[in-house]
Design a protein around this ligand. Structure first.
Ligand code: SF4
Ligand code: SF4
Length: 454
C-alpha cells in the first residue's frame, strides 16, 4: 500500500543492458543490519528492565504510577497529565523528524517479530542438518514443534514482562508460580501470554500495517524534511539497478522500496540499503538506496547546518517543539511542588454535631493521609482556636510506613461555654516529620444554636 503517487525514480525498466563491472569498492562504512542488532538488544533490555526498576510502570491494583523511579499517586493528576502529554508529543516530534526509525530500531513488536522469523528458520535449518534423511513432512513437523516450544517459553516471558508494566512484578511472579487463572491479574497474564504466542506465530509484521496506529499517524505527521529511506537511480540507459531484487528479499516487511519512498509498510530499517550496497559495491558502484532528509532533497549536503537539515525553521516543527517545552516545564513545576506526605482534613457534615454525656460537643473530621516517600514518617496534629479541643486519634503523631495511606473519620470533641457561637472558626495544623512547613487547614466547628442564647 502506498500513501503517495509513485515517484519518477520508481519506474522500472522493461529491459536493460548488462552493467559494466568496475573494480570493487571497499565495503560500506555503515552497516544498518549490525546497528539495528545492537539497538534491538539495547531496547529489548530496556523493555524488560523498565517495570522491574520502576522507571515506567502503572500499578493498577494499587493505583500508582512509577516514572523515573518516583512513585506517583493516581490523585497526583497534574504530574500524570504533564508526563503523559510530554510523552505523546515526544513521540509526535520524533516521528516528524526521524520518521519511522522507532519502528525499525526500537519497537518491541518489530524486535520480537524478526526474532520469531529467525527462530523458525533456525529450527528448520537444524532439522535439515541433523535429520536430512527424513521425509519432508516429518522434517516440517519436527521443525514446527521446536519452533512452537521455543515460542511458548518466550511468549510466557514476554507476557510476564508486559503485564509487569501494570502489576507489581513480585506479585505477578507469585501468581505465575501458583498458575493463578482466577484473579484479574492471573487471567490478564494468561490472556496476554496466549495473545503474544499467536502474535509471534501468525501475525508478526502484519501487526504494523493492520493493528498499529503509529504507521498511519506517521503518514499524517511527516513532511518534506522527514527522514526517509529512498531509492535513487538514473533514467533509461543510465540506470544502475541490476534487478537482483536482493533489497526485496531482505526486506522484513516484504516490500520493494523502488516502488515508492512513502509506503506505509516501510519501517525505515535500512536493511535494503545494506543489501544494495553489498551487491553494487562488488560491481564497483555505491548502492542506490539511502537515508535522506525528505525525498525532495536526498542529496542535501552534510555540511548544511544541523538545524536547517532537521528543518527546525519549519512552523509545524517549531510549534511541536514549543508544546514539548511547555509540557516539560509543566512537569518540572508539578514535580518541584510535590510534597512527599499528603494530608487532607475535611469536616464530615453527615451529622452537624452530637453531644457527649459529659456535655462536650462533637463534630466529625475526615482525615486523609498518604506517605508517598520511601521512608517512615509521622504526622503531628494540633488544633488552634478551639479551647480544650481534643482530636480523638488513637495516636498523635500518626505513624505511617512507606507508601502507606489511610482515610478515616475522627471525632473532634470540644467543651462548650456560655455564649459560644454556633459557627466557630479554627485551624488544624498538620506537621509531617520530614517537612519544615506544616499543612494548615482553616475549618469551622458547629455548636448547638441554643448555646448562643445561654
Ligand atoms: S538491491 Fe539494488 S541493484 Fe538489486 S534490485 Fe535492489 S536496488 Fe536494484
Ligand atoms: S523497504 Fe527497506 S527500509 Fe523499508 S522496511 Fe523494507 S528493508 Fe526496511
Amino acid at each position: 500500500m502506498s500513501t503517495s503517487p509513485e515517484t519518477p525514480s520508481s519506474a522500472k525498466p522493461a529491459a536493460r543492458p548488462k552493467l559494466v563491472r568496475l573494480p570493487p569498492l571497499p565495503p560500506a562504512e555503515t552497516v544498518y543490519h549490525r546497528i539495528r542488532a545492537r539497538f534491538h538488544l539495547v531496547f529489548f533490555l530496556v523493555f524488560v528492565a523498565l517495570p522491574f526498576f520502576d522507571v515506567m510502570r502503572f500499578d493498577l491494583p494499587r493505583k500508582r504510577f512509577y516514572f523515573g523511579g518516583v512513585e506517583l499517586w493516581i490523585s497526583e493528576f497534574g504530574i500524570l497529565f504533564f508526563s503523559l502529554m510530554f510523552m505523546m508529543f515526544l513521540i509526535a516530534a520524533s516521528a516528524l523528524v526521524w520518521g519511522r526509525v522507532y519502528c525499525g530500531y526500537a519497537c518491541p513488536q518489530t524486535i520480537f517479530s524478526e526474532w520469531s522469523v529467525r527462530v523458525e528458520h533456525w529450527a528448520a535449518k537444524q532439522i535439515n542438518k541433523r535429520f536430512g534423511h527424513w521425509n519432508a513432512r516429518s522434517k516440517y513437523v519436527a521443525a514446527q514443534t521446536i519452533f512452537y516450544s521455543v515460542l511458548a517459553v518466550a511468549s510466557t516471558f514476554l507476557a510476564f514482562c508486559f503485564t509487569a508494566y501494570f502489576v507489581e512484578p513480585r506479585d505477578l511472579l507469585d501468581r505465575l508460580m501458583h498458575l493463578d487463572i482466577e484473579t484479574a491479574a492471573g487471567i490478564t497474564g494468561s490472556i496476554v501470554t496466549l495473545l503474544t504466542f499467536l502474535d509471534f506465530v501468525f501475525v508478526r509484521q502484519k501487526f504494523c500495517t493492520t493493528v498499529c496506529p503509529y504507521g498511519y499517524l506517521q503518514g499524517m505527521l511527516q513532511d518534506s524534511k522527514t527522514l526517509l529511506v529512498t531509492y535513487i537511480d538514473g533514467t533509461d540507459g543510465n540506470r544502475i539497478c541490476i534487478e537482483c531484487k536482493k533489497c526485496v528479499r531482505d526486506c522484513p516487511m516484504e516490500i520493494d522500496i523502488r516502488d515508492s519512498a512513502y509506503q506505509i509498510e516501510c519501517i525505515h530499517c535500512g536493511e535494503c540499503i545494506d543489501s544494495c550496497e553489498t551487491v553494487l559495491r562488488k560491481m564497483g558502484r555505491p548502492g542506490l538506496i539511502h537515508y535522506a532528509w525528505g525525498e525532495s532533497s536526498p542529496t542535501r549536503p552534510a555540511s548544511e547546518p544541523l538545524l536547517k537539515r532537521l528543518g527546525f525553521r519549519d512552523a509545524k516543527r517549531v510549534a511541536i517543539l514549543f508544546v514539548l517545552g511547555f509540557y516539560l516545564a509543566g512537569l518540572g513545576v508539578a514535580l518541584s511542588m510535590r510534597r512527599p506526605v499528603m494530608v487532607r482534613v475535611q469536616p464530615d457534615r453527615t451529622v452537624l454535631y452530637t453531644r457527649l454525656p459529659d456535655g462536650r460537643i462533637v463534630n466529625k473530621m475526615r482525615l486523609n493521609v498518604a506517605n508517598r516517600s520511601s521512608l517512615p514518617v509521622s504526622v503531628a496534629f494540633q488544633i488552634e482556636g478551639l479551647p480544650g479541643a481534643e482530636l480523638a486519634l488513637e495516636h498523635n503523631p500518626l505513624r505511617l510506613a512507606p507508601a502507606e495511606a489511610f482515610e478515616r473519620t475522627y471525632e473532634l470533641r470540644v467543651p462548650t461555654w456560655p455564649g459560644a457561637p454556633d459557627v466557630n472558626r479554627f485551624r488544624v495544623i498538620a506537621q509531617p516529620s520530614n517537612e519544615k512547613t506544616p499543612d494548615i487547614f482553616s475549618l469551622t466547628f458547629i455548636m448547638p444554636v441554643e448555646k448562643r442564647n445561654n
